[in-house]
Design a protein around this ligand. Structure first.
Ligand SMILES: [Fe+2]
Ligand SMILES: [Fe+2]
Length: 168
């Protein structure tokens, strides 16, 4: 599998997981004051996912075998943090989106001119992930008790998820 194919596989997995995280948050906070904000972010993740799903098909990349696990783990992470309260949900968003930002930035740096369209797609999505991070920060993420440790734990988990989805 080429480096670019690995990128498509892992990005597809990540966007899949991201959509599930926001679904989990909405399952808990769907009637709260952040519902519209969460719906907005989930809709953007769905568009990211649809784009990578199309690339998986057009480039004949096998998706990660871990999708069923990310289906459960993403939702569980979103729901569990939301159950701790809106600020914890936002702290989760900050952590995840920071990890994805770093991941996408590395891919942008690695892609050459012959993959300019993919690079542009990743750059566009990365800008939206940073918007999500900023939404989390604007909605009290840092005021959550235990913010720093939760953020580091979730970021570490994201990095593991990225490595696994590239390889498996
Ligand atoms: Fe995304
Ligand atoms: Fe995002």
């Amino acid at each position: 599998m080429s480096a670019v194919e690995k990128m498509i596989r892992v990005d597809h997995a990540g966007e899949y997981g991201a959509a599930r995280i926001y679904a989990g948050q909405l399952a808990v906070l769907g009637k709260g004051k952040h519902a519209a904000t969460l719906e907005h972010m989930k809709a953007q993740e769905q568009r990211h996912l649809d784009t990578f799903s199309a690339l998986i098909t057009s480039r004949r990349v096998r998706p990660t075998a871990l999708l069923p696990f990310w289906h459960l783990a993403g939702f569980a992470l979103g729901a569990a943090t939301a159950a701790l309260g809106p600020r914890a949900a936002m702290a989760c968003t900050v952590a995840v989106e920071e990890a994805i930002d770093a991941h996408y930035a590395a891919q942008e740096a690695e892609l050459d001119e012959d993959e300019a369209p993919l690079r542009a797609t990743i750059a566009e999505f990365r800008a939206e992930e940073l918007e999500h991070r900023d939404i989390g920060l604007a909605n009290g993420a840092e005021q959550m008790p235990g913010y720093r440790i939760l953020r580091e734990v979730i970021k570490a988990g994201c990095r593991v998820a990225i490595r696994l989805s590239e390889e498996i």
